[in-house]
Design a protein around this ligand. Structure first.
Ligand code: SF4
Length: 491
C-alpha cells in the first residue's frame, strides 16, 4: 500500500503545487496512515517535510504556505519494509554527487539485499531502514546525463513492486515496475491559470502572468484526480517512465517490456470504490463480485449486511442477486483507522473493538448474511461475529468477496509471514469454527474474474494461488525489518 501523488504546475505557481499535492494525497489517506510527507522543488532546491501521523495533521494549512515551487510530490505510508519511525516516513530525499532526488514509493522491493550490495558505502550511508531510502541513494549515485537516463540503467536491476513519484530539480517522474503491481495514473488540470488567477483566486498575488496553461498530476488512484479537478488521461504503463515538466506535454520513456500483473486485491478491497482501475468502476466491480458470491454461496437468511465500509458494494450485489433485504447492521466509527492497515497486533486489536458498533434493533433475532472483502488473520472477523451474536443475531453466515489467502504478499501488502494467514494453516471449515460463524463462503478466483470480465493474466493472484509474477528468494527477502538487522551492516 501507500499513496503517492505528484503535481507539476505552470511556471510561477507560487505555493499551488504543494497545495494540489497535499489535496490529492488527502483522497489517498486510506492507502496509508502511519506517516505523510511532501517534497517541493522551486527549480533550484528541493525542500522536504514529513512526519508520523495522518495527512491532515502533518500537512496542515499552517505549513503548506512555506512550500514554494512549481513541482511537488506527496506520500502517505503503510509500512512493508522498516519500522514506523520518523526516519522511514516518505518522501525520501537524497542530495547525491550526481543529482538531487526525492521519491515517494508505493510497493515493496524483493531484492533489497542485492541492491544494498550495490550501494557505495553500504548501509552506513542510509539514515532510514526502508527499501525506498536505498533506492533513492542508488538513484542519486547512478551515472547518467539526467534522472531519466539514470533510471533506465538502475531500474532493470530493481525487482519487486514499485509505483514511484520522483522529484528532481526541474521535473516530476512517474514510474511503474514492469508488472505494474500498484496503480498510478496521469491527470491534467486544464487551463489552471485562467480561473485560479482571478482576484481572490487560489493564486492570489502569485498568479502566473502569461495566460492559461495546463497542470499535470500523478496519483495512485483516480480519486486523487477527482479531488483536484483533473481529468483522467491514462495509466502510467508497466515498465514506463513518464516525465512531467511545468508548461510542457508529458514525455514517455520505456525501461522494460510490460508483463502486467496488477494486484487484484486493489480491485477487491484496497482502492476506493469511487476509483477506476483497468477501465472498471470499483464500486460496480465489487457489486458484481457480490452477485457472483450469492450464486456460489447462497444463504437462507433474513438480512444481508456489509461490514462497513468496504463490504458495502458487494453486500448490495449479494442482496440484489439473492432477493434477501439489504440492511446496515454495523456502524463504523469514522475516526479510527482501517484495522488491517495498523502495523502492530496491539493496535490492530484495539482498532477492531473501537471501530464497529452493532445496530441492536436491526440484528436482534435475525438470521444474517454478513459480507466482507477478506479474511487475513481471522481475528477481526471473529470479533465481528461475536459482536453480532452479543447484539442478539440468531445466525451469522459470513460471505467473503475474495478467495482464501494462502500465501504472503511481497509486493507491498504487509502479510509477509505465512503463520499470520489463517487460511495457510486452517481449512475453510476450521476457519468457520474459529470465527464462530454458522456458515462461511469465499468467492472463487473464477468468480472474481467473472465479476471483472477480465482475463487472469492481467492480474497478480499470488496470495490466493501462489503464482508469484516476480520470484522471491525464500530465505533472504521475506523480512520486513531486514535493513534493521546487524548482519547487514556495511552492506
Ligand atoms: S500477492 Fe496478493 S496482495 Fe500481493 S500483489 Fe499479488 S494479489 Fe496483491
Amino acid at each position: 500500500m501507500c499513496g503517492v501523488f505528484g503535481a507539476a504546475l505552470p511556471p510561477g505557481s507560487g505555493t499551488e503545487a504543494a497545495n494540489v499535492a497535499a489535496l490529492g494525497l488527502f483522497s489517498l489517506q486510506h492507502r496509508g496512515q502511519e506517516s505523510a510527507g511532501l517534497a517541493v522543488s522551486d527549480g533550484a532546491e528541493l525542500f522536504l517535510y514529513k512526519d508520523l501521523g495522518m495527512i491532515s495533521s502533518v500537512l496542515d494549512e499552517r505549513r503548506l504556505p512555506s512550500f514554494r515551487g512549481d513541482l511537488a510530490i506527496a506520500h502517505c505510508r503503510y509500512s512493508t519494509t522498516g519500522s514506523t519511525i520518523w526516519e522511514n516516513a516518505q518522501p525520501t530525499l537524497r542530495l547525491g554527487p550526481r543529482r538531487a532526488v526525492a521519491i515517494g514509493h508505493n510497493g515493496n522491493l524483493v531484492n533489497t539485499r542485492d541492491l544494498l550490495g550495490q550501494l557505495k558505502g553500504g548501509r552506513g550511508r542510509l539514515p532510514a531502514t526502508t527499501d525506498t531510502e536505498l533506492l533513492t541513494a542508488l538513484l542519486a549515485d547512478e551515472p547518467g546525463e539526467d534522472t531519466v537516463e539514470a533510471l533506465t540503467t538502475l531500474l532493470p536491476r530493481v525487482r519487486g513492486a514499485y509505483s514511484l513519484v520522483i522529484l528532481d530539480r526541474d521535473r516530476i517522474l512517474g514510474v511503474r515496475d514492469p508488472h505494474g503491481f500498484r496503480p498510478l495514473c496521469i491527470g491534467r488540470i486544464r487551463d489552471v491559470a485562467a480561473p485560479l488567477a482571478t482576484p481572490g483566486g487560489l493564486w492570489g498575488d502569485d498568479a502566473p502572468a502569461d495566460g492559461p496553461r495546463d497542470a499535470w498530476v500523478l496519483s495512485s488512484e483516480t480519486t486523487g484526480l477527482d479531488i483536484v479537478g483533473a481529468e483522467y488521461i491514462r495509466d502510467v504503463e508497466p515498465g514506463e517512465i513518464v516525465v512531467l515538466q511545468p508548461g510542457r506535454e508529458p514525455v514517455s520513456a520505456r525501461f522494460a517490456t510490460a508483463t502486467p500483473a496488477l494486484c487484484v486485491f486493489e480491485l477487491i478491497y484496497f482502492a476506493r470504490p469511487d476509483s477506476y482501475l483497468e477501465g472498471r468502476s470499483l464500486y460496480e466491480a465489487r457489486r458484481r463480485m457480490g452477485i457472483q458470491l450469492a450464486m456460489e454461496h447462497p444463504a437462507d437468511t433474513d438480512l444481508v449486511m456489509p461490514v462497513p465500509d468496504t463490504g458495502g458494494p458487494a453486500a448490495a450485489g449479494y442482496a440484489e442477486a439473492s432477493g434477501i433485504p439489504f440492511r446496515e447492521g454495523l456502524v463504523r466509527n469514522r475516526y479510527t483507522g482501517r484495522t488491517f492497515i495498523q502495523p502492530s497486533q496491539t493496535l490492530r486489536h484495539r482498532g477492531v473493538t473501537m471501530k464497529l458498533n452493532p445496530l441492536r434493533d436491526v440484528v436482534r433475532g435475525q438470521r444474517l448474511t454478513v459480507v466482507d472483502d477478506s479474511i487475513v488473520r481471522g481475528t477481526t472477523t471473529k470479533q465481528i461475529v461475536a459482536l453480532l451474536r452479543r447484539a442478539g443475531a440468531a445466525e451469522v453466515h459470513v460471505r467473503i468477496t475474495a478467495p482464501p489467502i494462502y500465501n504472503p504478499c511481497f509486493y507491498g501488502i504487509d502479510t509477509q509471514v505465512e503463520t499470520e494467514l489463517i487460511a495457510a494453516t486452517k481449512s475453510v471449515e476450521e476457519i468457520r469454527e474459529f470465527i464462530g460463524a454458522d456458515t462461511l463462503g469465499y468467492l472463487s478466483i473464477a468468480g472474481v474474474l467473472a465479476a471483472l470480465d477480465l482475463p487472469y493474466d492481467r492480474f497478480c493472484f499470488a496470495c490466493f494461488d501462489g503464482n508469484y509474477p516476480e520470484p522471491v528468494p525464500y530465505d533472504v527477502e521475506r523480512r520486513k525489518f531486514m535493513l534493521e538487522e546487524p548482519v547487514l551492516a556495511g552492506g
